[in-house]
Design a protein around this ligand. Structure first.
Ligand code: CFM
Length: 551
């Protein structure tokens, strides 16, 4: 441990950056340097970070693909849409429940297709002669077997390369099946989310948002019964998080019209526009839907965060404040008061063991920020954090959006033109928003991760394996959070590793109950002696070395 503090003290963030990039060829080093920034601990002086750009070929990135962002992330947690992967079988199989998104149908007989993996299983023949007929067949087969309310088609790389038109197939099959069965309406729509679209999962989120907005939201005007109606956007019920949030909202008397898309039903998506407020958990994956709903229906949005006890309380209060009803505010306070004793008791027992420990968090586009709150509640410091695929606004805050340069890769992803709905645009909500804004209530804002991090800590975009290894060598953090691809390499370095994508086999971590779960899990990990016995193979045997041939 002595070497650890010595190293931390002796290296400035600039020196760490130099260490991380020193093995790269000059051009690569120049690009990566812009993706590694020292935080200033203050909003106004937050530096610009390069993000949402292509990963340099050959670098072992932590990223996934556009198909993963569309099918795996945004639509994957939907239980009553038959989600068909049009492509070779691997894409469907590896995006099937590996994210641990959970669902709870209202009755055991209710539709739930999440336990199935639907794929057209394209083979060489389909690649050469086209896969559209096979796709039509798959849609018909799924329809005959399940009679679902909706079928969605997800394009994998070869679909785009050979030019199968999934949208034409969707239109045709929707028309045919609805003609054949006039008593059962089925919605069919496709996504051009080929893996290579854009530079990461982020492109897939945007594609998913566009199609859900175009084909689903607003299909039915039948409102949900209840008071204080909100949607929860960007909560995918990993490890049961949404169950905790649903329970909190219900006890407060807040009506959840829909969640996009954890523990969700397509019927609720269809009437999401009947809510009075959109709340956003994961800004990166779904801000597009919130923005488009505000333009079309006049529903304002606010950023919330149910990771961390303090943030959960703050989010509940903010929702209550929007509705401005004393009865609701009192109930929210009562629920917070019911929850806090367990949180405080857990902290009193674990904090003496976690205080002063250090963490690093490298996750997709939102958790690397949100989970810092849980660590700080435990008295732990986040030394470095980063997103795999988020944009500058997720790092620096939405205030920088006007200065973000749109490159060819982003231009590839369609921006929908949305206008106010002539009959359904809610002018009252617009007026309510203006009145609250005048009182200092913040809408449509996300301050980003960097301004909230301590001075001298690092924000690193699209971290890769080489840099992760270096960071561990330089800082020896007490815990490193990332995903399954990183897990075992990190553990071999003798550092405990927690998956913040799938939560390993743990969770829920949202809300107050989730916070208690998380404190206990992290206490167990950072205080286990087992890690100090781990010797990486390269510590015991000489490392293989080679010379690079780019000079
Ligand atoms: Fe949003 Fe997510 Fe995340 Fe994300 Fe993801 Fe995820 Fe994630 Mo894995 S939607 S950006 S694309 S919070 S699957 S539930 S954990 S990378 S930080």
């Amino acid at each position: 441990m002595a070497t650890k503090s010595k190293k931390q003290k002796s290296l400035t963030p600039d020196e760490v950056r130099q260490e991380l990039i020193k093995k790269y060829p000059p051009k690569v080093a120049r690009k990566r340097a812009k993706q590694i920034q020292a935080n200033t601990g203050d909003e106004a002086s937050t530096p610009e970070i390069l993000s949402n750009v292509r990963t340099i070929p050959g670098i072992m990135t932590m990223r996934g693909c556009s198909y993963a962002g569309c099918k795996g992330v945004v639509l994957g947690p939907t239980r009553d849409i038959v989600n068909i992967t049009h492509g070779p079988i691997g894409c469907g199989f590896y995006s099937w429940l590996t994210r641990r998104n959970q669902t709870e149908p209202p009755t055991p007989e209710s539709e739930n297709y999440m336990t199935y993996c639907f794929s057209t299983d394209m083979n060489e023949n389909d690649i050469v002669f086209g896969g559209e007929n096979k796709l039509k067949q798959a849609i018909r087969e799924a329809y005959d077997l399940f009679k679902p309310r909706a079928i969605a088609i997800f394009s994998t790389c070869p679909v785009g390369l050979i030019g199968d038109d999934v949208h034409a197939v969707a239109r045709e099959m929707k028309e045919t099946l609805n003609k054949e069965n006039p008593d059962h309406f089925i919605n069919i729509f496709g996504f051009s989310c080929e893996g290579y679209k854009g530079v990461s999962q982020s492109a897939g989120h945007h594609i998913a948002n566009n199609q859900i907005f175009t084909h689903v939201i607003g299909l039915t005007d039948k409102p949900k019964e209840g008071k204080y109606k909100i949607n929860m956007l960007g909560e995918y019920n990993i490890g049961g998080d949404a169950f905790v949030i649903d329970d909190l909202l219900e006890r407060c008397g807040i009506t959840l019209v829909s969640t996009f898309s954890g523990n969700s039903s397509i019927h609720d998506f269809e009437r999401a526009h009947t809510a009075d407020l959109n709340t956003i958990m994961c800004h990166r994956s779904i801000n597009y839907v919130a923005e488009m709903m505000e333009i079309k229906y006049g529903i304002p949005w606010i950023k919330v965060n149910f990771i961390g006890a303090k943030e959960s309380a703050k989010s509940l209060r903010k929702i209550a404040q929007y509705f401005g009803d004393k009865e609701l505010m009192d109930r929210v306070e009562q629920v917070i008061a019911e929850e806090m004793p367990a949180v405080e008791a857990a902290l009193a027992s674990i904090k003496p063991r976690t205080e002063g420990k250090t963490a690093m968090l490298f996750v997709g586009g939102s958790r690397a920020h949100h989970y810092q709150d849980l660590f700080s509640e435990m008295g732990m410091k986040t030394l470095a954090a980063g997103y795999e695929f988020a944009h500058r606004d997720d790092y620096e805050g939405r205030r920088v959006i006007p200065s973000i340069q749109v490159d060819a890769d982003s231009r590839n992803i369609e921006e929908l033109e949305v206008c106010p709905d002539p009959t359904r645009y809610d002018k009252e909500l617009e007026a309510k928003k203006k009145a609250l804004e005048a009182q200092g209530y913040e809408f449509s804002d996300y301050k980003g991760m960097m301004p909230e991090m301590e001075q001298g800590t690092l924000s690193i975009d699209d971290l890769n394996q080489h840099e992760a290894d270096k960071l561990i060598e330089l800082y020896k953090p007490d815990i490193f959070c990332a995903g399954i691809k990183e897990k075992f390499g990190i553990q071999k370095c003798g550092v405990p590793m927690k998956q913040l994508h799938s939560y390993d086999s743990g969770g829920p971590y949202a809300g107050f109950k989730g916070a208690v779960n998380f404190y206990k899990e992290i206490d167990r990990l950072v205080n286990s002696k087992v890690w100090s016995f781990v010797k990486a193979p390269w510590n015991k045997n000489p490392e293989l070395t080679a010379t690079y041939n780019w000079e």
